[in-house]
Design a protein around this ligand. Structure first.
Ligand code: AP5
Ligand code: MG
Length: 214
């Protein structure tokens, strides 16, 4: 099964993708994570990507399409979760072509609906384990009191450079201008399923499970 998790910054795409990896042996393809890895490479491309990301703008289509293309080679396990990709109509068309070339299809696009106020709270309180990437939140999912990641026991945590109110405003603007048209695009194809992303993490996971069973 191949699915897209679609939603604004902080909607919980990464959090839910990690659960699907655990529960269904799927492969999480997060273009945000791939780009964050590229920015630490020290290359000219990495530096340019870092500047764009820190402003909260979208990286060019050809870069992210190239990243995804590489990952579709090899073992597919329980299928792919596209997390934060596609984000433009051009990326959506490219994904359709890539899947066709690999003789596979998209099974569902899960829209995670969360209102803007909750997004600001979620993003400004987020941290992640520097080793395994487990996602925490100062308010809704605090780091364990012993200072060790609950998944891997690592003791360092990161906060993202674009997790501040200014960059978030720009990220939201990019979402509404360039990514939200994908809702109509996938609705017209019959792939769109909408879940309420505002509940507890377990409730949202259950709603996604029900949407995928349809
Ligand atoms: P990316 O890394 O994809 O960021 P994003 O889309 O802004 O989304 P986030 O990762 O911030 O949020 P999320 O939905 O994963 O939420 P999470 O689960 O962490 O992209 C970053 C940048 O890279 C872009 O701005 C762009 O520059 C570039 N980029 C990436 N892909 C691109 C593409 N395809 N094209 C062009 N450019 C691209 O949860 C957030 C917080 O909420 C956490 O603290 C979590 O614990 C908490 N939380 C989660 N669920 C719940 C819940 N149900 N209740 C309470 N709290 C919750
Ligand atoms: Mg994410």
């Amino acid at each position: 099964m191949n699915i897209i998790l679609l939603g604004p910054p902080g909607a919980g795409k990464g959090t839910q993708a990690r659960r699907l990896v655990e529960e269904r042996d799927m492969i999480q393809l997060s273009t945000g994570d791939m780009l964050r890895e590229a920015r630490t490479s020290g290359t000219e491309m990495g530096k340019r990507v870092a500047e764009v990301m820190d402003r909260g703008e979208l990286v060019t289509d050809d870069i992210v399409i190239g990243l995804i293309e590489e990952k579709l080679e090899g073992d597919t396990h329980g299928g792919f979760i596209f997390d934060g990709f596609p984000r433009t109509l051009a990326q959506a068309d490219a994904l359709g072509d890539l899947l066709k070339r690999h003789n596979t299809t998209l099974d569902a696009v899960i829209e995670m609906q969360v209102d803007d106020e909750a997004l600001v709270q979620r993003i400004t309180a987020r941290s992640t384990c520097a080793n395994c990437g487990e996602v925490y939140n100062d308010i809704t999912k605090p780091q364990p009191a012993d200072g060790k990641c609950a998944v891997c026991g690592h003791t360092e945590f990161n906060r993202r450079a674009d997790d501040n109110e200014d960059a978030l405003k720009q990220r939201l603007m990019e979402y509404y201008k360039k990514t939200s048209p994908l809702l109509g695009y996938y609705y017209a194809k019959g792939d769109l399923r909408t879940v309420n992303g505002l509940g507890e993490i377990d409730e949202v996971a259950a709603a996604i499970g029900r949407a995928l069973a349809k």
